[in-house]
Design a protein around this ligand. Sequence first.
Ligand code: UT7
Length: 322
Amino acid sequence: MNVRLSGVGSYLPERVLSNPDLEKMVDTTSEWILERTGIRERRIAPDGVATSDLATIAAQRAMERAGISAGDVELIVVGTVTPDMMFPSTACLVQRNLQATGAAAFDVGAACSGFVYGLMTAASMISSGLYRNAIVIGADTLSRITDWTDRGTCVLFGDGAGAVVLEPGEGILGSCLGADGKGWDALMQPAGGSLMPATHETVDKRLHTIKMNGNQVFKFAVRAMANSVIECLDRCGMTRDDVNLLIPHQANTRIIEAAAARLGIPLDRVAVNIDKCGNMSSASIPVALDQAVQSGRLKRGDVGVMVAFGGGLTWGTAAFRW
Ligand code: UT7
């Protein structure tokens, strides 16, 4: 695949929601949250700011670093579970915001794996010669679909966006995407779609918020992340020793540590930002990637491996040379 990542950018809203803040909202403690999840604080977008707004700023930062102007953008792909609305796609709203009038635009639905799925979709479209560049964005405003009365989930999530620019060149080395629809009900937002349209009753029962079987997702995540990275490295003819930085989905530090241990990758080669950001669904990986690049932790020529898992159930790994 002849596709490289030519720029990366991210954006986090300013407002911080800390664990002590959550103690005032639900029956929890800062210690429980930190110990069981690794999260200290997360960012929350203000009212009136939607996923497309976060996505647009992340995209602008990535474009600036890649040196590409809006008029030259050919494709925009957004991974999100919190689109501004059911339709049009968030990608179309980003296209309007950027004034990238010539670009094709669509969203990818793969829950927290949305960025990695979107990356490989766009990369394939460039590799095939259909497009000369693409912006791939992972953006989520999970605060909007969080049940703020459910202590089992509301302590986990945050808002943010990250983006990369893809262009022809040497970079993406290989991937491994997968799904297991039998686990569809382990992690979902039940109402608001065609199966259960919005009614007074669905709103009263808070069925437009995230419902999750935490223990089931936890076990699945450790296994899926480790297996998917092993498969991807195998396809690339590489081993764990070739990996300079593992960039996992940020759902729980205990999941990250267990997956890294299974892979035999030491934690000093694993990007972790969950303490400051919480779980931002498809934004978690591109935000962590941007932070690793800006801090000098991932340098040009280094090999990075992103690995995601999420609702669907889905998983996805992409290996690349930065
Ligand atoms: O992007 C992917 C989406 N999500 C995930 O990947 C999440 C995966 N799952 C997890 O990260 C963990 O399962 C959680 C963090 C959600 C839960 O941690 P856990 O260690 O699996 O706890 P648990 O659900 O087994 O609950 C243990 C206890 C329960 O009390 P009892 O029944 O033992 O008395 C819960 O009621 O902790 C209680 N609990 C809490 N206590 C204080 C649950 N949430 C809280 C809370 N504060 N916020």
